[in-house]
Design a protein. Sequence first.
Length: 521
Amino acid sequence: MEIVCTRPTCPRPTNHFADLENQGTLTTVQQKFCTACGMPLILSGRYLPEKLLGQGGFGAAYLARDRYTPNLRTCVVKLFQPSGDLSADQLQLAQSLFQREAAVLEEIGRKHPQIPDLYAFFPLIVPSPKPGKQEEYFYLVQEFIDGEDLEQVLARSGALSAADVIEVLVSMLKVLSFVHENGTIHRDIKPSNIMRHRDGRLFLLDFGAVKQVTAAQGPPSAKSTGIYSIGFAPPEQMAGGAVYPSTDLYALAVTCITLLTGKEAGELYDSYNNSWAWRAHAQINPAIADILDRMLRSSPNQRYESAQDALAALRQAASGGTGAAAPAATSPQGTGTASVASTTMQPPPPMPVAPVTSPSAPPSPNIVSPPAGPKPVPASSQPLASPSPKGQSATSQTAMSSFSLFEFLGGAAFTGLEGGLLAIALASLLGTTWLGSGAWLLLLAVLILLQMRRVIERFDLVIIAAVTLGVVLLFPPLQTILTATAAPRVTVIVLAIMAGLATVAIGTLFRLIYRLLSTFM
């Protein structure tokens, strides 16, 4: 078994231990040490780093295994160990922020299904390779999200469809609504910090705040500074001023237009006119484009004040209204109102920092608490939807746009195939009676509902269809309605496939009509 040394200066970090291939040895051995630098390898006595995922000036992230779980659960171990020597006061502050951010991330990750969970955090003091010195490292252990971040998706597949971008927009607005209501602001929304799990779920990553401790020690990593990512941060953040919930909305809108156009943020910004010029490169409902444009306004008080306001505008656009013409924006302090076009609003006082850490990448930008005062009032008293549990899609109003074409056609094929098999089985058992017909319709409705809510999806559909087909083929009583045919089993397969193809054809026609109506009405 290979274990990777987490000391940043280790000359040969990969270590191979043949005895750890034995399960008994793996779970009982006390410790293993790096053969090159002597660093302890089994972190906190249980975590086995296997692979370096990413590295920067402020630490690194490793894919690891938890040896004290039955299936050696995969997790992410994040190391915070800034480059350069820290004073005693800086080190104490770093440890304090590390513990505080871990506590905050544990709280919000545990409460929201689209924020990775925190498993553990701990410091580690080890002898330095330099005689007479010690080194101190801080570790976070977090849930591993198996998938691709949207920056990787963009590089692999090019620009996303309008439906996929709307899914990202709605999903991340719900997460940001939760994050802001819990007293934090992410400050680094960008494609690489949004991860799509293999099952389709979207996760918000990288809640790092510890960079502020050592932001002055050296140059930042590529495309990022200590507190924001260039191109995605709004003017107030780049100027080093106070940030608000609308700061995250700006970055989310930039993320959406880069995903929609497949272009870098710098290519879409017209510096001469000081405005975003992205519409010519994308095809999307004008009402949704208006909402994105409002989120992209340079002044914080001209954007939507909260994620809930933006969600309400999306609901209004979906029902035929105009998202840009939402009620006048309230001031960032939550007191009084101002015209959307007003540019004389005084900014609120700076907010205190509330550190949080990221789930699956090296620590990155700051998170700060929003200003005190009354909570923002949404543009509509009825929110678009509350954050959904893991595996659940966006609201029913955006269900059509939440599924890719592949998922839609796959679901239609599954529904037709499963409906055909259930019809054969129920007609064989109950006959063509009201009871049989009612039971068939009820089961079909349940299957469709489970797909819409993403309780079953992707490989689940294949498994369920295969099991149902096997049951119908193996039990002759479920084929009695076809006994007049020469080969009942072959007939079952043929009828099921025909039902699946017919449903795909009907579903494709319905989707085409829906898209045409959405475009021209």
